[in-house]
Design a protein around this ligand. Structure first.
Ligand SMILES: NC(=O)c1ccc[n+]([C@@H]2O[C@H](COP(=O)([O-])OP(=O)(O)OC[C@H]3O[C@@H](n4cnc5c(N)ncnc54)[C@H](OP(=O)(O)O)[C@@H]3O)[C@@H](O)[C@H]2O)c1
Length: 356
């Protein structure tokens, strides 16, 4: 399907939350959305310099949009919780959650909470965002003409998952003996399954997973020479620019709801994705949902945050009401003051350039 970002409909009144918005596909998603007048764009990343630059760029070109950078390390569930709390204290609605941030083929490591790094970051941190932001999505879905969505950026690389799909007994190990791409594939299979299960459990919202294509971003450029060569050889004609790499996310986030099958997996752009047995395995999806639920059972929004932010809260009005001065209308979120254990800082497990 041909996709033209210029034809994205008017997004007035809509609020988007994009994880990993400081670079690559997430950044291009934000820049494209900003051209269609959304009410709010919230995004996460670790790199506060890049975050501030994106806020400034969007502020300059679209001063009526509330644009907020939330510093967050997805290797720490506490950091995810704090970002979610900051969001719900600022916005009383969420139209589209884009679970985009990701790492690929990083050295064997555990997240701060002790999970295999790809699984902890690419899947479990996003499962926590979904859990904590679901009440806001569901509340939004009840408003007139609402169309609340979750878009998970997975990868066709899910096909490299280990035999059996997800090795639940090993998820609290580094899985260091896995072949190249296998731990990434496991986490990306989890994205497809978890999103399908979300759609089954909460049909009031639309949840889809998408493969963006093979895209020239830091995810690829920070790979070893061998891996880059492998990517080039296996995708000789289909490497996309970061702008093109955002098309499938933009399509899933903004196209007519009746063009989208809830729970489905799409390749670029809007084409039903190729499945394998495990990516259609409803039993495995339910098992993943229950496993994730159990791992995340200690994480809840604080009472203040979960009360949401509804007028006449002064803080909420300040974020939402257009300000006479264009530059001060867009606000950058103050950095959350995380305890050292919350892992704001980049760790050795991230690829050298991904954090900027
Ligand atoms: N590029 C491709 O060819 C391709 C193909 C298939 C699927 N995908 C998927 O597309 C998504 C986006 O990838 P991309 O190519 O745009 O990658 P990218 O350019 O490397 O950007 C990754 C984003 O994730 C964030 N991130 C990484 N580690 C993080 C951490 N520990 N905590 C918080 N944020 C973190 C980065 O922000 P900070 O550095 O600021 O933390 C950055 O904004 C990923 O889920 C990837 O699996 C990409």
């Amino acid at each position: 399907m041909k996709f033209d970002p210029a034809r994205i409909p008017d997004l007035s009144g809509k609020v988007f939350f994009v994880t990993g918005g400081t670079a690559g596909i997430g950044k291009e998603t934000l820049l494209a959305l900003a051209k269609h007048s959304p009410k709010g764009l919230y995004f996460t990343g670790r790199n506060s310099q890049r975050g501030a630059q994106i806020v400034a760029d969007i502020n300059a070109s679209a001063p009526s949009i509330t644009i907020v950078f939330l510093e967050c390390d997805l290797e720490s569930l506490e950091s995810v919780k704090q970002a979610a709390e900051q969001f719900v204290s600022q916005s009383d609605r969420l139209d589209v959650l884009v679970c985009n941030a990701g790492v690929m083929n990083v050295p064997p490591a555990l997240t701060k909470d002790g999970y295999e790094v790809h699984f902890g970051l690419n899947h479990l941190a996003h499962a926590l965002f979904i859990k904590l932001l679901l009440p806001t999505l569901l509340r939004t879905a009840e408003t007139p003409n609402a169309d609340a969505r979750v878009v998970s950026v997975t990868s066709q690389g899910y096909a490299m998952h280990p035999r059996g799909g997800i090795l639940f007994d090993d998820l609290r190990t580094t899985q260091a003996s896995s072949q190249l791409f296998v731990n990434y594939g496991q986490s990306k299979l989890a994205n497809i399954l978890y999103t399908a299960e979300l759609a089954r459990r909460y049909p009031q919202i639309t949840a889809v997973s998408i493969h963006p294509g093979v895209v020239r971003t830091e995810l690829v450029s920070t790979q070893s020479m061998f891996t880059r060569a492998l990517i080039v050889v296996t995708n000789p004609f289909s490497r996309l620019t970061p702008q093109q790499g955002a098309y499938n996310t933009l399509w899933a986030s903004t196209s007519d709801k009746d063009k989208i099958v809830n729970g489905a997996f799409y390749e670029p752009v809007g084409v039903p994705g190729r499945h394998m047995r495990q990516s259609r395995d409803d039993k495995l999806a339910a098992q993943l949902w229950e496993w994730s639920d159990k791992e995340l059972e200690g994480y809840h929004l604080s009472a203040v945050a979960s009360g949401g932010c509804r007028p006449p809260s002064a803080r909420c009005r300040r974020m939402d009401t257009p300000h006479p001065s264009a530059s001060s209308e867009v606000q950058r979120m103050p950095m959350p003051h995380l305890p050292a254990s919350a892992g704001v800082h980049q760790t050795h497990t991230a690829p050298p350039d991904a954090g900027g």
